[in-house]
Design a protein around this ligand. Structure first.
Ligand SMILES: NC(=O)c1ccc[n+]([C@@H]2O[C@H](COP(=O)([O-])OP(=O)(O)OC[C@H]3O[C@@H](n4cnc5c(N)ncnc54)[C@H](O)[C@@H]3O)[C@@H](O)[C@H]2O)c1
Length: 354
């Protein structure tokens, strides 16, 4: 079995569903259920004995130690994060608390557990740390894409907290020999993404006839990856990655924000004619402070060494993502209305449950 942290978030819940469909071995899923976590993403696993959900904080050393000792996972896959750049600009402390201090607590618990494992199991144990391309800073239009040797230059409090967690993971391998693997991935999109991030925000606002906000001149470029491709890359890095190594993961799909928004509008004009043309709702707003201009990932290493490459094209992936949101407006309604928060409070209270 494996222990997943943050498995009720966007990528984490896609990973849990993908893992159980493909690998099939059990998962203990530790998630605090912040506003970004949604246990209903995993409703299809309700009666699946292979999935054990535990509400709790990665920084709760006692709880993590208990879960490790009780369930004896062969790996930890660490997604739990405060993940929204805009929120990190307004309140950086929470990002340091979860992304840095929380990751440190998890590493400490993992180290103690790993040190006591029988020798044969120790060899196979992995701590897989899921990170971001934002740790590398910003590129100019003609710069080469980020590789694993690009120097770290984080620009937002979010990116700085992720960079700090990457450094701690590196240090735990170098100093204590903990078998870690780190992945740095580009922007993900797909089902179950909280509608504060660009793609779901634009879909949800367009359907409601609300403005589609675009920062600055809209020419900021991101390299987009369909979430299932990311999940597969993590599975492969876990199975075949070399301890102590880092792997960049990207979709080779660089798009300017305004082009992403215009594409969503065109798809909506086709799939949901009401309100067309949706691009009339585009509104340029004051740029995010310190907004990175361009991210691009060079994924040569993971392709060459581990045999992974993305399967989904941006155009088809975006179309199925828009279709997913159209089919799941009840999900959007429940995560944005506060009704879901009430449901969590009723079912889980404020306590950890295990
Ligand atoms: N979304 C992207 O485009 C993207 C791109 C590259 C890398 N990443 C990385 O992937 C990982 C997952 O990102 P995401 O977009 O799914 O994030 P998310 O915000 O959707 O989900 C984060 C999850 O972590 C949980 N969580 C937060 N604090 C916690 C704590 N202290 N203890 C336990 N659980 C906690 C939340 O409840 C939520 O379920 C992050 O490490 C992020 O840096 C994301």
């Amino acid at each position: 079995m494996i222990l997943v942290t943050g498995g009720a978030g966007f990528i984490g819940s896609n990973f849990v569903l993908d893992w159980l469909a493909v690998e099939g071995t059990p998962i203990v899923n530790l998630d605090k259920l912040t506003y970004a976590g949604n246990i209903r993403n995993l409703a299809s696993l309700e009666s699946d004995a292979r999935h054990l959900f535990v509400r709790g904080d990665i920084g709760d050393g006692e709880l993590v130690a208990r879960l490790l000792n009780e369930h004896r996972p062969r790996a930890i896959v660490h997604f739990a994060t405060e993940s929204h750049v805009d929120r990190s600009i307004h309140g950086p402390a929470e990002f340091v608390e979860t992304n840095v201090v929380g990751t440190l607590g998890l590493l400490e618990a993992a180290r103690a557990y790993w040190a006591r494992m029988p020798a044969a199991e120790r060899e196979g144990f992995r701590f897989l740390h899921v990170s971001t391309d934002e740790v590398y800073g910003s590129l100019e239009a003609t710069d080469p894409a980020f590789s694993e040797t690009t120097p770290y230059a984080p620009n937002s409090p979010y990116a700085a907290s992720k960079a700090a967690s990457d450094h701690l993971v590196r240090a735990y391998h170098h100093t204590y020999g903990l078998p870690t693997v780190t992945t740095n991935c580009s922007n993900n999109y797909g089902p179950f993404q909280f509608p504060e991030k660009l793609i779901p925000l634009v879909i949800v606002n367009a359907l409601a006839g609300k403005p589609l906000p675009i920062y600055g001149d809209g020419r900021n470029v991101r390299d987009w990856l369909y979430v299932n491709d990311h999940c597969e890359a993590i599975r492969i890095a876990l199975a075949r990655g070399t301890p102590g190594e880092t792997y960049n993961i990207g979709g080779s799909a660089e798009r300017a924000n305004v082009d992403v928004v215009t594409s969503i509008c065109a798809i909506l004009d086709e799939l949901h004619r009401e309100g067309a043309p949706h691009k009339n709702l585009i509104e340029y707003v004051t740029d995010r402070p310190g907004h990175d201009r361009r991210y691009a990932i060079d994924a040569t290493k993971i392709t060459r060494e581990l045999g992974w490459s993305p399967k989904e094209r941006f155009e088809t992936g975006l179309r199925s993502t828009v279709a997913w949101y159209l089919d799941h407006m009840d999900w959007v309604q429940s995560v944005t209305s506060g009704e879901y928060r009430q449901w969590v409070a009723m079912n889980y209270g404020t306590r950890s449950v295990a």
